[in-house]
Design a protein around this ligand. Structure first.
Ligand SMILES: Cc1ncc(COP(=O)(O)O)c(C=O)c1O
Length: 372
């Protein structure tokens, strides 16, 4: 494994800040002898619902499962259509496919990289059941307009909030705009577990109840099965870890925003760089700091040669993946997401990043463009 001076992400360092508390929480679970659907899951669900400004939170096994359970709770099934962004992690699409429904791709806005109500409106048909709005890279999508549009058409808005824990749109938290919302606590997320984990947030009592049943073998009561459910429960150890880390999420997001501000100021006007823009109605929590340049591949190589790791989110859009060959899309069908996949580069950004590391990233990028 290459040792970078600036790794893309420092998960080890992020978690080691809380070593004593994490070990204490782990010991509590160990001593309880109770690992599935116990006090820690209940308490985390209470606190994460409060954090999200929703009445309910249902802990599940992953972000993908959170999306699948949300769609199933809404009754999405074979023959239905669900609108999804072309530029997203493939899990957004896979969740739709897992229900038997068809993902209907919509191109994002080229400035925010998120879908807008105008674009979505063009794709609504009599088969459309739901829209999944991804708050990509940490910035909320066009949530208020998407919510109005969905109400107008009698369809459901679901947020995929895997990348934007703690962001706000019109001063209201992400994860509270859809009728039901899904998130991921994959270790690298702004709020990351130490394994797979995810959650659903909603204000709707019936949907919450349904989601609780679906995550647990379709069972409202032991050995009674009302739905064709799954086994996807947040486990006690992950909940205990998340309870420690949730307390620090606001300050960690603030640090991400400070680092983003330095990048925005220092990289303005450098070469052909396009920097992220935040809409005035949004706060951005910079899960990823994504820049664009036509020299992307060379820049990535130069940064690596100088000890800085970066990642491309995402190199191949879902419509061009083999898994979606059956939908028949070709290169050129979604030019915006294809352009993004050719030009985006995510710079290191994480709460334990040190000042010298931020400066090294900035200086190395400046050096690269001075040579062009
Ligand atoms: C936008 C988005 N949706 C869904 C997921 C899936 O979450 P998980 O990895 O927990 O299944 C992720 C992250 O992995 C994601 O970034």
């Amino acid at each position: 494994m290459t040792e970078y001076k600036v790794p893309f992400l420092d998960i080890r360092g992020i978690n080691l800040r809380f070593k004593t508390q994490l070990i204490n929480h782990f010991e509590k679970v160990l001593n309880s002898g109770w690992f599935i659907l116990g006090n820690h899951v209940e308490e985390f669900e209470r606190q994460y619902a409060q954090f999200s400004g929703t009445k309910h939170c249902i802990g599940v096994g992953s972000g993908l499962d959170a999306l699948i359970v949300s769609l199933k709770a809404l009754g999405v099934k074979t023959g239905d259509e669900v609108i999804v962004p072309t530029n997203t992690f493939i899990a957004t699409w896979l969740a739709v496919s897992a229900t038997g429904a068809t993902p209907i791709p919509v191109e994002p806005d080229i400035k925010t990289y998120n879908i807008t109500a105008e674009q979505v409106a063009e794709k609504i048909t009599s088969k459309t059941k739901a829209v999944i709005a991804v708050n990509l890279y940490g910035q909320p999508a066009d949530l208020s307009n998407l919510k109005d549009l969905c109400i107008q058409h009698g369809i459901h808005l679901i947020e995929d909030n895997a990348q934007a824990h703690g962001a706000t749109h019109r001063e209201k938290p992400t994860g509270s705009w859809g009728v039901i919302n899904a998130t991921s606590f994959y270790p690298g997320k702004n709020l990351g577990a130490m394994g797979d984990a995810g959650a659903i947030t909603t204000d709707n009592d019936l949907l919450a109840e349904k989601a609780r049943i679906i995550r647990n073998y379709g069972s409202p009561k032991k050995y009674i099965h009302d739905e064709l459910g799954l086994n996807t429960r947040l486990d006690e150890i992950q909940a205990a870890i998340l309870l420690v880390k949730l307390k620090y999420l606001p300050q960690d997001n603030k640090r991400r925003q400070e680092i983003a501000q330095i990048y925005l100021e220092e990289l303005k006007g450098i070469g052909d760089l396009i920097l992220p823009t935040t809409k005035p109605e949004n706060t951005h929590v910079y899960h990823l700091f994504v820049i664009r340049t036509k020299f992307r591949d060379d820049l990535q190589k130069f940064l690596r040669q100088n000890g800085i790791d970066t990642i491309i989110h995402y190199p191949i859009p879902p419509h061009l993946q083999k898994a979606y060959k059956h939908l028949g899309y070709r290169k050129g069908d979604f030019p915006i997401s294809e352009e993004l996949s050719n030009t985006v580069l995510s710079l290191p950004i994480y709460p334990t990043m040190e000042q010298w590391q931020i400066e090294l990233v900035v200086d190395t990028i400046k050096r690269f463009f001075n040579r062009q």
